[in-house]
Design a protein around this ligand. Sequence first.
Ligand code: ZN
Length: 283
Amino acid sequence: MAPATSWRPPFACIDVHVHLHPPRLAEAIQRHFARDGWVAHHPFEPTKVAATLAERGVERFCFFSYAHKPGMACELNRWVAETAAALPGAIGIGTLHPDDPDVDAIAAEATGALGLRGFKFHHSVQRFHVDDERLFGVYERAESAGHVFVLHVGTLPYRDPFTGVERFRRLLARFPRLTAIVAHMGAFESDAFLALLDAHPNLYVDTTMALAPAAGRYVGGDPATITDAALIRWQDRILFGSDFPLIPYDYDEERRWAWDRALPDSVRRKIFHDNAARLLDRG
Ligand SMILES: [Zn+2]
């Protein structure tokens, strides 16, 4: 097999799961991961991340940071908007924290004046539930406006009270038309999350660290539990994501699995480009 750096998909990709943070937060996150023996080796500076992605044939990418406590979201969203404006192909996704009493105003600024496409929640890090009723106003407006939520609501790799399909089902029961991308294929409960796709036309999953064999030793998942048949069945609802630059291995390890599996080329094109283009380009 050719070395990872010389292999590349034969078409341009869209990556819906990239992490960019202001410098001090980026350093703190790197230190946190390094304590667990997880060293990314990729530069975290936004311009370098964008340059690497462009060089790897990524034409657009969604990126986000996160407010791990109240009082941060407003400033972070402004940083995300500024950063997105300065980087070709970058699509900024905001953050919120429900402990902020003005969460509705912060959300309105993010998707209004700042032009962000939606919000990313990382429930284990931010320590709130996806069906927290303090966010109902945000979800309600998002449902009609089509704002996108990227939700790390699956149990990979944390298995804590803030993750799991049960509360996500409750959220969808209340907001069935919400546009949401469940990160990491919903692992470790992929089957349960995938089963929700049929009844919810605006629901997606992303492939981030759930299908690359290289990811398993870091997050404990087993890509083999997600079958080719499942990828083919839900081929219109799966979006490529990478977790770059957090991943402690080469970027193309997050893409190569799809060429190692016996998938039709049309399915690869949907997962790595067309599905995200349709979602991001709609009105
Ligand atoms: Zn991530």
